[in-house]
Write a protein that binds this ligand. Sequence first.
Ligand code: NAP
Length: 315
Amino acid sequence: MGDIENVIIVGSGPAGYTAALYTSRANLAPLVIEGFLWGGLLQQTTEVENYPGFRDGIQGPELMQTMRDQAERFGARFITDLATRVELAREPGGVHRVWVGDAEHRARTVILAMGAEHKKLGVPGEEELGGVGVSYCATCDAAFFADRETIIVGGGDSAMEEANYLTKFASRVTVVHRRRELRASKIMQDRALANPKIHFEWNSEVVDILGSREAGVRAVVLKDTENGEVREFPTRGVFYAIGHVPNTQLFRDKLAMNESGYLVVEEPTTRTAIEGGFAAGDVMDPSYRQAITSAGSGCKAAIDAERWLAEHEGH
Ligand code: NAP
């Protein structure tokens, strides 16, 4: 067990790395427990066109590498592994403990920025056919579907973005959406609707995924959400883009969460109900979930932690 840190940051997306940048520039030498697949969901993205400062866009992994390097430049330290257990202090001046396997790390403040994971449908075939036709990341797996038919489930910005990306490889991309209107922003909708390789199955839900691990996916069963009719729809790839669930499992029964598992903070700050505990990014944001809003809340959490430390000096 080492010294008591000023701040431990759990997580490494735009929120975690921005918190690391600000706390390192404040000479707090943050310890970042960044996970194996550091960089968060942006590591699985290609072009990011809406992060300010990059007129011609930037690749997601490059953006995350740059954020990490920038924090490291000012003294942030990284553990490239997962936090496995957490015990949060109960009183001001108490010490928070975070374990990575058997190694215990202690800190006066913690910033929780574990991000979110892809949501699943929970239908038959989903688990069994994962990696052989069922995918949560078009940018990672699209190339395996050259000249094949694929579907994308969802009607949000992610679904439109991934559908467009898939058309670079797949022979035909069908967006399967449970309603008649898309949730996606107008610009993303227009781009997808204008793409001749993209087709739409409206008012449709995937209720089963058919195939085998040896032969891969061969079809999905679609259910009409209006009249309940079911039918087989042939496809080789099933891409999910139905949103995310926050990575807050470690904090169940320890911190207040909303009904979807997002951490609750004392708006407009990033303070949780635990003294010296702050939350930033997708773990506490069910509505915006942008790289820039995550980075913004990481900045706020760093400033909140810095102020908390200043106020509790000597405890
Ligand atoms: P989202 O906006 O929450 O959309 C999720 C979509 O999946 C919705 O269309 C939803 O249907 C559908 N869905 C959810 N659960 C489902 C289920 N069990 N079965 C079938 N369909 C289901 O998620 P997102 O597209 O990942 O976007 C998240 C945030 O990131 C948004 O704020 C978005 O603007 C942002 N984003 C931005 C960009 C960009 O600007 N380049 C790219 C990607 C994401 P309903 O519509 O019926 O609810």
